[in-house]
Ligand binder design. Structure first.
Ligand SMILES: [Zn+2]
Length: 277
């Protein structure tokens, strides 16, 4: 079911990790950001759109992780965009002979069987200098940063006061660093948070890739919380963060031990090349 979060901006939430698909209404149709997970849920979204006489005129994937790259035939053949690094990363992955196995290996089987890979990852990289999604609707500014995944982008819909954060600023998942993409993943993450803070001054609605929609107060609260987590990682400390440990919404079922694994990988990195974190 579609839920309006701002004028002309609606979300469709998946049962998988509270994933939020975002619909932005334009003049001739909608922009669909991170469309969803299960085939049945995307079909439901397609129904909701066609019932209200709307068609998809463009898609956007915030980053090259599998749960942001799916599509449903009923959304049609609209162009699907991402940043150049996002598109290059997924192109690389799809060029491998066993990409489906390698992705399916990360997903519990009961979830994998509800997913269709038919139109997976068909993303066109926008030119690097393009600062906005090219479409006929409210301006959607691309805020690219190197955190969480290569070419990760948040989208700012200024005239609607909405920040679509991709896999940043979640209230249910801790920051997950891109541990392969940059020399100093913790600093890259903190730089990304500063970038979002600078861009989000007038935001009234925060839509994370996973978790609850936040109001204006949540933008800064979540930036502070994520920044505190990143600092705790740097100091190899124990974060006092409700998203870690037994109280975590998805800590036990979907993503057990993410925090411990991040600590471990960071320690291995600094041992290997002598750099901090
Ligand atoms: Zn992700």
């Amino acid at each position: 079911m579609l839920r309006q979060v701002a004028e002309g901006v609606l979300i469709h939430q998946s049962e998988f990790c509270q994933s939020n698909a975002v619909v932005v209404q334009g003049r001739t149709g909608v922009l669909l950001i991170d469309p969803g997970i299960y085939g049945s849920e995307m079909a439901c979204l397609a129904n909701d759109l066609s019932d209200s006489g709307q068609s998809v005129v463009a898609g956007f994937s915030t980053h090259p992780h599998w749960d942001h790259l799916l599509w449903h035939a009923r959304f049609g053949a609209a162009p699907r965009y991402g940043t150049p690094r996002c598109a290059a990363t997924i192109r690389d992955r799809l060029s491998g002979p066993r990409w489906k196995d390698s992705i399916a290996g990360m997903i519990p089987p009961d979830i994998a069987e509800q997913i269709s890979w038919d139109l997976f990852g068909l993303i066109t990289g926008l030119p690097a200098e393009m600062a906005q999604v090219p479409w006929d609707g409210p301006q959607v500014r691309i805020i690219e940063h190197q955190a969480h995944a290569p070419g990760h982008a948040a989208l700012l819909i200024e005239e609607r006061g909405v920040l679509v954060a991709g896999d940043m600023l979640s209230d249910v998942l801790i920051p997950m660093l891109d541990l392969n993409g940059t020399a100093d993943p913790i600093e890259a993450y903190l730089a990304a948070l500063r970038l979002l803070e600078g861009a989000a001054g007038d935001v009234d609605v925060l839509v994370p890739g996973h978790g609850s929609i936040g109001g204006a107060d949540q933008v800064h609260a979540r930036i502070d919380q994520d920044s505190a987590y990143a600092h705790a990682l740097r100091d190899a400390g124990v974060p006092s963060d409700p998203r870690v440990g037994p109280s975590a919404t998805f800590g036990k079922d979907w993503l057990p031990g993410v925090h411990e694994r991040q600590l471990q990988r960071l320690a291995q990195r600094s041992e290997r090349d002598g750099t901090p974190g």
